[in-house]
Design a protein around this ligand. Sequence first.
Ligand code: UDP
Length: 467
Amino acid sequence: MDITTTTGATIPTPSLATSSRRRLVLLPYPLQGHINPMLQLASILHSKGFSITILHTRFNAPDPTNHPHFNFMPIPGVAEENLPVSGTDNLIRLMRYLNDEGLGPIRGCLEKLLSEDAGVASLITDAQWFAVQTIADGLELPRIVNWTTSVSAFLSFSAVPILRQMGYFRRLSDDMKSEALVTGLEPLKVRDVSRFLTSDPEGAGELMELLVQGMKPAQAIIWNTFKELEELQLPNLTRGFPNRHFMIGPFHKYFPALSSSLLTQDKTCMSWLDKQEPNSVLYVSFGSLAGVEESEFLEIAWGLANSKQSFLWVVRPRSVKGSEWLEALPNGFLERIVKERGYIVKWAPQLEVLAHRSIGGFWTHNGWNSTLESICEGVPMICSPSFADQLPIARNVSDVWKIGVELKNGFERAEIESAIKTLMVDKKGLEMRDRIMNLKEKVNLCLKKGGSSYSSLEDLASYILSS
Ligand code: UDP
């Protein structure tokens, strides 16, 4: 008998328990947007009858009390303390550090696990742990990659080396403004790909190549997406990467009550939302990493004020350069604008917020989790991507799926005001809502028995048991 979750997603029951190799070791990448999908995936696979060991750094460690059915194993001697993650340069440094210094300790942990338990079937790692493939090969342990963002973002990553050979990204400041389309990946623009790169474009490009190449020898790739959403991109994917692909997402729909939040969610905003009219509130959040300059923060505040719409705004502490939290807000903003029609929190229960009937739009940085979560709740978006996969995702949201408004000029109060009005009150916004509601329906179908993600999950479980 299948399990049906509270959202109506159906999970096929554990397949025939004939194999003795039923333990999976999962290695999440230690950032919020990567931890969430990996722990969601762990729960999905656990519900299929697999035992789960989570191998993790102490830095940004998941909270074991949220997942009592899993074993947790900290990796000793690497990323034991907090590391800087603000800005692309730091993120690139982190990836390099983990894939270098992390390898020895990870090998040690895996050897220990394999010596204690002969039933380990596979190692599932985040794609950003690309160097771990050599360890898996050495231990003859099948490695499966969990790709935590979209197919189109992956294809943009994979295009970086070719684009560099074609002469792009030598003059980053020009490329960051270029409206030219990327051949073969239209409607992606050069400006969307250029912000993958950093003050060290050469080094970042190299790393991007390693990440993509690291997918090729993996046995299989698990995608937190669903086939119907990215169908147009699939021929490009399978041509370049003939691995086994399992699209079983959206992961968070299987067990929506699960939390792997690293920060405390301020739930007081829910009772404020309860008092608002249906579809009247704009939810504003730029995820766990993106930061803004003080001048941009002011433009955001003025854009919100001038739009005259209600808003719930997540401002993470220290996400405004030079400020602890809200000090840079214009005089009177808290007393007049927020008191009248706004609410500000440091971190929100985002899934609950997006599902609330009062939410009419989501102003987002287009991290993949946030974008998928918005699609699943039928909430149209305003797109403010800042780096990496966020740009190609935003391009899809605004130009392919047409479920969001692009802010073309960064943070500029007049454009923000106009985008908010378009999304929340104009006919165009209503049309976007219709289109995203249609996608929401597709999500519900793909997770039901016979749906694409449902079937792919069944295939994945059988594949792991048979490999
Ligand atoms: N999130 C949250 N509360 C917030 C903002 C974000 O719980 O106030 C969660 C959100 O639901 C998502 C994750 O944090 O699952 C952010 O991941 P995403 O890929 O959107 O962006 P990233 O943080 O990696 O840039």
